[in-house]
Design a protein around this ligand. Structure first.
Ligand code: ATP
Ligand code: MG
Length: 393
């Protein structure tokens, strides 16, 4: 029972770790670590094999010189007693587990390892080789080494490792699909931002300028009609008023669609503009607090954070009837934090929302590899918190 529990825990932990890694190499390193830790082998390496099975493309967890392995060109004959590449090749070609014993102490084998690798001191005497397959094709081989003094590989252990490898294959497939989905989501998001930006610019530069032109002509007309016909001048004045309103509307619309300031002056300035406009529009006190400068260079991160702040401020006013809203942009424990705090009515953050705003905010946070939390404040109010990775210096 305990053994089963251990396996389940291993599987769950490994799934979580593998799915969190972006690169295939990072995923394979996690798998190596977990197998080592769980089964107690001191050395586990995963070889990425080339599609046509003629070469190794990479080796995770090895410390092996890739150039050296590549120079061994698959499938290789038994050169200088190095049996392992042959066995990897066989395992990759058949898609079945293999075991092999190592004939050691040849010069080629010594070159096979780098630096202070344990293999330099203690030789591996046996290997279990397990294929990792996606849709029936082997793309990598797990090599589990049994070192001198580590006992021997039993058939039962090999069988357990083989079924474990099948499971690992599924996790990797899942990770690949997840990555592909995230990539597509990012693409869709970026296309929709581009469209909004185009629309925003068109509103600003096209429609906005046309309306300004109309307003100016109407002002001139009003001036000319003054003293000619009081009635016509009053009409012209009405047109001027309407044109002014239309200009203001187009400006607001264009800003809402795409915050031009964000591109020109960065996230902090855009957040400041958002706060100023909320203060003006809703008659609340909205301010920005950023004690230390945070450099967000990626425009995709900046736009997602801006949109999260925009929706939070909007929710605070619309639902919370807040009188005060603070937008904070800070660095905490090496991560960036955007937090929007309001003193409104607050709400039960556990109830399922029918609106789109909160879900879209969560999705935006995920797109920038961040996470979103919503907390109820005391005595009342809400805090939306988005933690996100900062670029390494
Ligand atoms: N700051 C807040 N203060 C009080 N209630 C909030 C706050 N933010 C969200 N809510 C509550 O959570 C619900 C869901 O918010 P969400 O933004 O997802 O949807 P919505 O604002 O109702 O609609 P949409 O954003 O799609 O226009 C809101 O209807 C509201 O009841
Ligand atoms: Mg909303």
């Amino acid at each position: 029972m305990r053994a089963v529990k251990g396996q389940v825990e291993l599987v769950v932990r490994m799934c979580r770790k593998v799915l969190a890694k972006e690169s295939v190499h990072g995923q394979l390193m996690e798998i190596c670590r977990e197998i080592r830790r769980h089964f107690g082998f001191s050395r586990v390496v995963i070889f990425l094999v080339d599609e046509v099975l003629r070469q190794i493309r990479g080796a995770a967890g090895s410390g092996l010189r890739l150039t050296y392995i590549r120079s061994q060109a698959f499938p290789i004959e038994n050169r200088g007693g190095i049996e392992i590449p042959n066995a990897i090749s066989r395992c990759a070609a058949t898609g079945r587990p293999e075991t092999c014993r190592l004939r050691i102490a040849d010069a080629g084998y010594r070159k096979f390892v780098r630096g202070k690798s344990p293999l330099n001191r203690t030789y591996a005497k046996e290997y279990a080789l397990l294929p990792l397959k996606v849709r029936g094709r082997t793309f990598a081989v797990i090599a589990v080494s049994v070192m001198e003094g580590e006992g021997t590989l039993t058939d039962e252990t090999v069988a357990t490792l083989a079924s474990f490898a099948d499971f690992v294959s599924l996790v990797i497939l899942q990770a690949k699909e997840l990555q592909e989905r995230r990539r597509l989501e990012r693409e869709i998001e970026s296309v929709s931002e581009q469209i909004q930006r185009r629309l925003g610019q068109d509103f600003h530069d096209g429609l906005g300028q046309d309306l300004t032109g109309i307003r100016m002509r109407a002002e001139l007309m009003e001036e000319r009609l003054n003293g000619v016909s009081a009635e016509a001048a009053a009409d012209a004045q009405r047109i001027v008023k309407l044109a002014r309103q239309a200009v203001e509307r187009a400006r607001k619309l264009s800003r809402g669609l795409y915050p031009v300031t964000l591109e020109r002056h960065g996230l902090l300035s855009a957040l400041q503009e958002l706060a100023d406009s909320a203060t003006l529009m809703y008659g609340i006190r909205c301010s920005v607090s950023a004690p230390r400068r945070i450099d967000i260079r990626k425009s995709t991160t900046a736009i997602q954070l801006y949109r999260i702040a925009q929706e939070s401020v909007h929710n605070a006013v619309k639902h919370g009837r807040a009188g005060r809203v603070t937008v904070g942009l800070l660095r905490r424990k090496g991560r960036g934090v955007l937090e929007i705090t309001d003193d409104g009515t607050g709400f039960d953050t556990h109830t399922k929302s029918t609106g789109m705003g909160l879900n879209v905010m969560r999705h935006r946070a995920e797109l920038i590899d961040g996470e979103l939390r919503i907390r109820a404040m005391r005595p009342s109010g809400t805090r939306v918190l988005c933690r996100f990775p900062l670029p390494s210096k």
